[in-house]
Design a protein around this ligand. Structure first.
Ligand SMILES: Nc1nc2c(ncn2[C@@H]2O[C@H](COP(=O)(O)OP(=O)(O)O)[C@@H](O)[C@H]2O)c(=O)[nH]1
Ligand SMILES: [Mg+2]
Length: 203
């Protein structure tokens, strides 16, 4: 299983971006069996009302071809290990609460998770609220940005070029290694961006 974790504050666009990535992966795979599971911390988070299945004690929803959405009822590691045993999806996309520090999640998964071949952390930055959030909760925002393997500065449609440049510089200072891309989840994401998540050896 490849685990993709979306870090980022409440309302930054994690769910919107996850649905875009999920569509990309499912379309690319073209497989019938569920090869993708989305794990949500909050019930009803994805907001797609669909047939509810009961699988292994999870509350699971079919989203679209080959993609299921699962509400995190137990802790993450237990859920991942159950998925590994029962469903064995190729991809697991996890949306933690907006108040989570991805670094702690990775440490726990690395220590106790079974069947995880790769972890990719995507840090989602809310361009519209950057100034406000870095003022109110600088430690959390820096923690989320610094853990990203890929940083998506989202809601670019809502800010001007000068503001974006300033955000990009501050983000870079928090994370010198990650690739930083500017996106707008509601305007559509270039599939080349999801190709970056997708690359690497197949399961
Ligand atoms: N204008 C704009 N709105 C966005 C963008 N991405 C997300 N939103 C909106 O922001 C709100 C929060 O998005 P959501 O994906 O639920 O964020 P989450 O809390 O991080 O999962 C929703 O109303 C989205 O439609 C974007 O790129 N531009
Ligand atoms: Mg969400």
């Amino acid at each position: 299983m490849k685990l993709v974790i979306f870090g980022g504050f409440l309302g930054s666009g994690k769910t919107s971006l996850i649905l875009s990535l999920a569509h990309h992966l499912v379309n690319r795979e073209g497989s019938e069996k569920p090869s993708l599971v989305i794990l949500e911390n909050e019930i009803g988070e994805v907001g797609i009302d669909n047939k509810v299945l009961q699988a292994g004690g999870f509350s699971v929803k079919e989203l679209f071809a080959g993609c299921i959405c699962c509400t995190l009822t137990a802790d993450l590691v237990t859920t991942l290990n159950d998925l590994h045993e029962k469903i064995q999806p190729k991809w697991v996309i996890f949306e933690p609460t907006g108040l989570a520090y991805p670094k702690k999640i990775i440490e726990t998964v690395n220590q106790y998770g079974k069947g995880i071949e790769r972890i990719v952390v995507i840090a989602v930055v809310d361009a519209e609220r950057w100034e406000e959030l870095t003022e109110i909760t600088p430690g959390l925002i820096e923690g989320q940005v610094s853990s990203g393997d890929l940083i998506l500065i989202n809601k670019c449609d809502l800010v001007d070029g000068v503001a974006l440049q300033a955000i990009r510089e501050q983000v870079r200072a928090m994370n010198p290694r990650a690739e930083i891309l500017e996106v707008s989840a509601t305007s559509g994401i270039d599939t080349r961006i999801w190709g970056k998540v997708d690359e690497g050896p197949e399961a």
